[in-house]
Design a protein around this ligand. Structure first.
Ligand code: GDP
Ligand code: MN
Length: 380
């Protein structure tokens, strides 16, 4: 599993590697607030697992809290190399004098950890390897005896690091190696490790942790990422299982198996599901309403397919929730409802009294919503 920059920096902090002060924001307002707390100019950084954020416009300098807000707004709306930005890290902007590169990874051929250092950090290491291969210093570490002081000294002399930096730089070598071992990493990287105000400080972090050996301390760190969107958190709070997808047809059903089957049938009919949402067994009108609210919050949703198989869940309850949601939320996209099972007759009556005609067949319902969404699009 890969960690986000802010998570990696938290681990750096735990082993004593200095990092730039900062906090994560989920909204532009939060970013503004953090910028105000930090004071001075700040850097707004997209938290995504793909590289090259800077080039993609995912890192911006803000001089004022207001500017932090507008930059956060722009960055939070971005998708970088297919990854939607859900969080930004707001850090104090630092005056960088020099940038170094430092990492530890596994050299599979040698079956040993390898430490890589360069006095020319900041840029991509693969790029650096092509342009200045002589500026990259590498050495293996014996996993049984660990990193040795003479190895670090040799690397630093070889890189012609000035005497005043030898001691603080060595400390960072040891702490990074410790992080590598302690968190069972496959890769830990600081790029850039900056010299700012005479001190060394990590500006960025990269961590890849062995999926088969995740330390208990980091249990749930990946889930936190997956459940990061505002919709997903709202769903969790309401006791609904929601997973955002990238299509245009919002899906609500009861029971994970039924919802998964619904996604398949919609895809089979040529549609693209916008989400997975399971309202669970025994859902009531209130939960149905909440579910609609969450699905409709996604601007990509151009149609809704509600697929309810009444068992413990009663169709009349679901129908009441739908009608209430329609009245309160004003559903503006086409909607197809498939309703069958417990109290089906009562449910149909409620819906029909409000101008909604439910279908009883799932395939027919899926075909119908796909047709309506596509027709709608063609007429726009
Ligand atoms: P990456 O592009 O995803 O690797 O993101 P980084 O966090 O490494 O940032 C990219 C580059 O932005 C760094 O190499 C720095 O040159 C620059 N940068 C990031 N934060 C700061 C900052 O606080 N001050 C200055 N001057 N530059 C920064
Ligand atoms: Mn970087």
């Amino acid at each position: 599993m890969r960690l986000q920059e802010y998570q990696g920096k938290e681990l750096f902090r735990r082993v004593g590697i200095p990092v730039v002060e900062g906090k994560v924001a989920l909204t532009p307002a939060e970013a503004e607030e953090i910028a105000r707390e930090l004071g001075g100019s700040v850097v707004i950084k997209a938290q995504v697992l793909v590289g090259g954020r800077g080039k993609a416009g995912g890192i911006k300098l803000a001089q004022t809290p207001q500017q932090a807000r507008t930059h956060a707004e722009t960055i939070l709306a971005m998708t970088i190399k297919g990854e939607r930005v859900r969080k930004v890290l707001v850090t104090k902007a630092v005056e960088i004098e020099r940038e170094f590169y430092l990492s530890v990874t596994v050299d599979r051929a040698a079956k040993k950890p390898i430490m890589i250092f360069s006095p020319e950090g900041g840029i991509d290491i693969e790029e650096l390897a092509k342009t200045f291969p002589e500026k990259i210093i590498k050495f293996h570490v014996d996993p049984l005896i660990g990193l040795q002081a003479y190895q670090v000294r040799t690397a630093l002399y070889q890189a012609q690091i000035e005497p005043t930096l030898i001691r603080p730089m060595s400390e960072i070598f040891f702490k990074l190696y410790q992080a590598f071992v302690q968190y069972r990493a496959q890769l830990v990287e600081i790029n850039p490790l900056a010299l700012a105000d005479g001190k060394l400080i990590a500006i960025d972090s990269k961590f890849i942790i062995d999926d088969d050996d995740v330390p208990t301390e980091l249990a749930g760190w990946e889930e936190e990422e997956l459940a990061g969107s505002a919709e997903e958190r709202a769903a969790k709070q309401a006791g609904l299982q929601y997973v955002k997808l990238d299509g245009t047809i919002g899906i609500i059903g009861n029971g994970a198996g039924l919802v998964m089957a619904t996604l398949d049938v919609v895809a089979l009919k040529g549609g693209r599901p916008a989400n997975f949402l399971d309202i669970g067994g025994g859902a009531n009108a209130e939960m149905m309403k909440k579910a609609l609210e969450i699905v409709l919050a996604d601007p990509n949703v151009h149609g809704l397919f509600i697929n309810i198989f009444g068992g413990i869940t009663r169709c009349d309850e679901v129908a009441r929730g739908l009608v209430a949601a329609q009245r309160e939320l004003g559903i503006r996209v086409p909607m197809v409802v498939r309703l069958t099972g417990t109290n089906e007759f009562e449910g149909r009556q409620i819906l029909e009294a409000h101008g909604i005609t439910p279908v009883t067949d799932m395939e027919e319902g899926a075909a119908e919503i796909v047709r309506q969404v596509i027709t709608n699009k063609n007429t726009v």
